[in-house]
Design a protein around this ligand. Structure first.
Ligand code: PLP
Length: 416
């Protein structure tokens, strides 16, 4: 599943020792495997080969330029949700024709810039937004393609913060309202309303919610077609789950064989927006144990990475495997002790893992927090005025610094 493996009790990324990377670049350090990244993109591409979809990598998962560039070079488009992501997408060299733009709160300025840059689609999430895009396109004297994001009202069986296709979520438009939009599309003179978009949530491990949502959407497309509205594009979003601990998520092939029969019932071209599936297992975060603190109730391994570097455990109670960079499995098993792995931040919610077993763990040891490629560095912050960490990309035995560690000057650069 990924290219992080032990060789002689030392953890490697592809052909490079993680310990050596930590020595050279310091910790905390995000380490990405190029091979893992590209092979996951290819898994999706191959599984859906029979319909050649446009795969727009969802750059919110990890918007580092080198990561986006590597995928763009493979032929990927990009799914964006802000003016900042548009800026990054263009810097990554993607053709604007392969950019799709979602998000419930696009501003007039963001819409204007995206139209001027000639992006492919806006995925529209409300009628006021539709009106605004129509107005801006009119002012710019152009016709803009849009897709209506449907909220298919299905439960995605994932953490409540990352379900997006249930009626109570802020995303998308219900079928009835969407139907009216399509039937009254002539009102929006500057829009070409020719697509449907859906994205029901993230880290979805089985196909059932996808099947349910897609059947509903395909039924809706057929209804629209009988009423004279041709749907040329269907964007099925992202959401494929990955293994963090004991999950057994559907593979790309299983996902494809579950939904292709449904998608083949319509003529629309397919767009996909996977994020986590592509980059999730391609990254680890390396951190050093600063102190071992023993209290009457718990042992704490206090490390030099915190919730500002990886917020998923604090935000979603997410589980990430934590492995010693130098495996001590050969030591006497009496040395096994249980620790909470916590960061230096002044919040009790600042933890990377709870009740984790380690053999002979001591101050100065390196730990590797696994599966942080998606929603790791892209959700990092400067909380507690901590410097954002550096990142490297490993390609075989080659290493490239893809983000330098911030400095104290970076911290106050925007302050007046
Ligand atoms: N598309 C949209 C509209 C999203 O909101 C998201 C994630 O929130 C994605 C795609 C990517 O989801 P994932 O990383 O689960 O594939």
């Amino acid at each position: 599943m990924h290219d992080f493996n032990y060789k002689h009790n030392n953890l490697y990324c592809e052909a490079v020792s993680i310990e050596k990377l930590a020595e050279k670049y310091g910790t905390p350090l995000y380490v990405y495997s190029r091979n893992t990244l590209i092979s996951h993109y290819r898994k999706i591409k191959e599984a859906f080969g029979s319909i050649s979809p446009l795969i727009c990598y969802s750059m919110k998962a990890n918007s580092n330029l080198s990561i986006c560039k590597a995928l763009v070079k493979e032929g990927a488009g990009l799914d964006i949700v802000s003016g900042g992501e548009l800026y990054r997408a263009l810097k990554a060299g993607v053709s604007p024709k392969k950019i799709v733009y979602a998000g419930v709160g696009k501003t007039e300025k963001e819409i204007e810039t995206a139209i001027k840059r000639r992006i492919s689609f806006f995925n529209v999430e409300s009628i006021p937004e539709l009106r605004l895009i129509n107005k801006v396109a009119g002012t710019l004297g152009t016709q803009q393609k849009v897709a209506i994001r449907i909220n298919p009202d299905v439960k995605a069986k994932t953490h409540k913060y990352i379900t997006t296709g249930h009626g109570e979520n802020k995303f998308g438009i219900d079928f009835e309202t969407a139907g009216k939009i399509f039937l009254e599309r002539a009102r929006y003179k500057n829009l070409n309303i020719s697509g449907i978009h859906m994205h029901i949530g993230s880290q979805i491990v089985d196909s059932e919610p996808f099947i349910k949502a897609m059947k509903r959407v395909v039924g809706f497309i057929k209804y629209l077609e009988t009423h004279g509205a041709e749907i040329r594009w269907l964007n099925i979003g992202g959401g494929l789950g990955i293994i963090y601990s004991k999950e057994r998520p559907q593979t790309a092939k299983e996902y494809a064989s579950a939904i292709l029969p449904i998608l083949k019932k319509i003529k629309a071209n397919i767009i996909m927006e996977p994020g986590r599936f592509i980059v999730g297992n391609a990254g680890v975060m390396v951190t050093r144990v600063q102190y071992i603190k023993e209290t009457p109730s718990k042992n704490f391994a206090i490390v030099d990475a915190g919730m500002n570097d990886l917020i998923r455990p604090s935000l979603y109670g997410a589980y990430h495997e934590i492995l010693p960079v130098r495996s001590h499995s050969y030591l006497n098993s009496k040395d096994v002790r249980v620790f909470d792995v916590v960061g230096p931040i002044c919040e009790s919610g600042d933890f990377l893992g709870k009740d984790r077993k380690f053999v002979g763990l001591k101050e100065g040891d390196l730990l590797s927090v696994m599966g942080i490629g998606a929603y790791g560095s892209s959700m990092a912050s400067n909380y507690n005025s901590r410097l954002r960490a550096s990142g490297v990309m490993v390609d075989g035995s080659k290493v490239k610094l893809i983000r330098r560690r911030e400095t104290y000057e970076d911290l106050i650069r925007a302050e007046l």
